[in-house]
Design a protein around this ligand. Structure first.
Ligand code: AMP
Length: 280
């Protein structure tokens, strides 16, 4: 496995793979790798011959400086994990490599309307930062495939929308959410939870699964599901950022749950913000 720090070295390394007619998959991450990230690599390897994993904590997608400062980082462990799961190239650039200091206002990409509600309205500018860095990575790697987790469901929809509207010749592959046995969705941010809060955090997925069952048993009102979920989470001591029932691809609100809907939540446990979602 090669560890690469610069754009030019990555382009050079990828030339050889392309000359061998290898199919290339990109797995973008912010590091602090866990089984969720590794599952993306395993999926990528089913489609492609060469897997590039980027490890880059992208400053432009953080609207909160403290969140950026406390975001977990452990490149050494990430390299070991990436190697163990069969990544071919790790791209771990410094911030200056991706965003060299330029005078004036630099170019950025604007996310489409999938970015309007949910995390998009709670974290202003977040998705513009995401699509800007992902578009840079697409231009640098020029992959055939890129794998994103359903854990960040809105992000997946925003990226799909970008690929469609910007005509990127890249197939986006969605990977299912990997959970702990308790049901808690794996997240790099789980490291920031106290033992007590980690135990409590599994209530999020339990609440989502209960909503899923309610819909299976005939509940079709989005408002009823929303209020059940909100009150369970509030009672368990979470601060709610949002609870929404949305159209599964367009991500606008819906009233009736028929033909599929997505239930998405973001909550705070102390200062740690956790997101999760399920298909209804
Ligand atoms: P991050 O490092 O948090 O930016 O995540 C990098 C990629 O891993 C994104 O596509 C996430 O959706 C995905 N991911 C993170 N956690 C999980 C999980 N528990 N299951 C599946 N994919 C995940």
């Amino acid at each position: 496995m090669q560890i690469i720090k610069t754009i030019s070295d990555l382009r050079q390394a990828l030339k050889a793979h392309r000359q061998n007619s290898e199919r290339i998959a990109l797995v973008p991450t912010m590091g602090a790798l866990h089984e969720g990230h590794l599952s993306l690599v395993r999926l990528a390897k089913k489609h492609a011959d060469c897997v590039v994993m980027s490890v880059f904590v992208n400053p432009t997608q953080f609207n909160d400086k403290k969140d950026l400062a406390t975001y977990p980082r452990d490149l050494e462990a990430d390299i070991k994990n990436a190697e163990a799961v069969g990544v071919d190239l790790v791209f771990a650039p410094e911030v200056n490599e991706m965003y060299p200091q330029q005078s004036g206002i630099s170019t950025s990409v604007q996310a489409g309307d999938c970015a309007e509600g949910l995390c998009g309205s709670k974290r202003p500018g977040h998705f513009n930062g995401v699509v800007t860095v992902v578009s840079m990575l697409f231009n640098i790697v020029n992959p055939d495939y890129a794998v994103f987790g359903e854990k960040d469901y809105q992000q997946l929809m925003v990226i799909r929308q970008m690929v469609d509207t910007m005509h990127y010749p890249i197939e986006i592959i969605a990977a299912p959410i990997i959970r702990e046995e308790s049901g808690l969705a794996l997240s790099s941010r789980n490291q920031l939870l106290s033992t007590e809060d980690k135990k409590r955090a599994c209530i999020i997925s339990k609440t989502l699964f209960a909503a899923q069952s309610a819909v299976k048993n005939g509940e079709s009102s989005a408002a009823a599901i929303k209020s059940q979920v909100e009150s369970k989470l509030k009672d368990a001591g979470f601060i709610i950022d949002y609870v929404e029932v949305m159209h599964p691809t367009k991500l606008h609100s819906i009233e009736k749950i028929e033909g599929g809907a997505q239930l998405l939540v973001a909550v705070f446990l102390g200062e740690v913000r956790l997101i999760d979602n399920v298909r209804l």
